[in-house]
Design a protein around this ligand. Sequence first.
Ligand SMILES: Nc1nc2c(ncn2[C@@H]2O[C@H](COP(=O)(O)OP(=O)(O)OP(=O)(O)O)[C@@H](O)[C@H]2O)c(=O)[nH]1
Ligand SMILES: [Mg+2]
Length: 419
Amino acid sequence: MQWSEIMEQVYQFWGRVAETVTVWWAQLELWSEQLLHSFVAFLAQMGVPQHQQLMVAYGCLFAVATLLVLLFVWRIARRRRQQFPQRGVEPDLAEQESEITLQPAAVEPEPVPEPLTLYERMKNGLSKTQAALIGQIDTLFSSSRVDDLFLEELEEILITADFGMKTTQLLIGAFKERVAIEKATDAEELRALFKEEILHLMSMDVPSWNIDCDGPFVLLVIGVNGVGKTTTIGKLAQQFTRQGKKVILGAADTFRAAAADQLEVWGERTGVTVVRHDEGSDPAAVAFDAVKAAVARKADILILDTAGRLHTKVNLMEEMKKIYRVLGREVAEAPHETLLVLDATTGQNALVQARLFQESVGVTGVAITKLDGTAKGGMAVAIGAELGLPVRYVGIGEGVDDLRPFDAQMFVDALFENR
Ligand SMILES: Nc1nc2c(ncn2[C@@H]2O[C@H](COP(=O)(O)OP(=O)(O)OP(=O)(O)O)[C@@H](O)[C@H]2O)c(=O)[nH]1
Ligand SMILES: [Mg+2]
């Protein structure tokens, strides 16, 4: 639209406004004149002499207007007294007070919720397992003494929470022994002993990752599809980057282009370089380029994503051997850690996967994801107890801080704490 057209429209608008105001004003004048005439006629009827009628009419109108103004002021004063009853009628003071009292209330910021502590996050993440497992255990411990029936019921609860048969037997055997030694009968004592035995099964003496080793620390992440490998890698990349580490990611899951895209999204989010090839290319070639890039750029950590779709154990082994070879050629002892990602919601099935990967590839640690979405948290105990594999990380949500280095004591405390 042209500038002149806009101006014309503005003029037209104001013209219309002025016209309307003029019409209203004329109408108002007409009404007031009519009112005055009617009032004068009324005065005449009342016998007021003609030369005084106009003066009396104006006088009355002035009195009515004054009354209306006074009524308005009185209403405002009454409202303020209701707001500040203790102040009585001290308008100046009340005004000052109102500024003092009302101002902060008007600008008071929304209370910011305290960020959850690590322990609280763990507790929330384990709430489903807690509800299913500890609730039943508490009922059992407080309702009967330790006898065969009690142990049978305990066994059933543990199997339902996916501790698996072997771990359940181990746990019940150890618990029975402890109860006999300590001569425990009280529900609280039994609970404490049971908690200790779970902790004992989960505790493992394993050295932490030597991230500050010479050359990049190489972490190979494996697992069947959908368990949370890429998400775990993204979370790890973010956490390591926050610690000031230089991280490089390798998209050795070449099974589908979307896998590398997903990793690239995490790379962009965390400001980390992602080495990728086209869909269907050789994963070992990606591993080769990624490790070369990590060495050349003096990265602290290289994390490799892989596809979990190799159909047979032989294929899986061949593929992995190739990757191990190229990594080991570039960096001594690489990969330093082969982290198997397991989805907690799959319960005992995760243990079957762990066994398969352990036999064919050689796993050095486990990350258990999606613990927040399951009541089958018992599988986390079984991993260590049955396979002797250290749990390195647990995923307790989709947020970046919901991947936590595993701490058996915190895990058990969070599980057993009364809510
Ligand atoms: N609730 C919850 N969801 C998770 C967790 N970890 C991963 N996920 C979700 O699990 C889904 C699968 O995660 P991915 O990282 O794509 O799994 P993947 O193993 O890389 O899958 P493929 O590349 O297809 O083999 C995603 O929707 C993630 O957000 C966790 O700890 N808790
Ligand atoms: Mg993936």
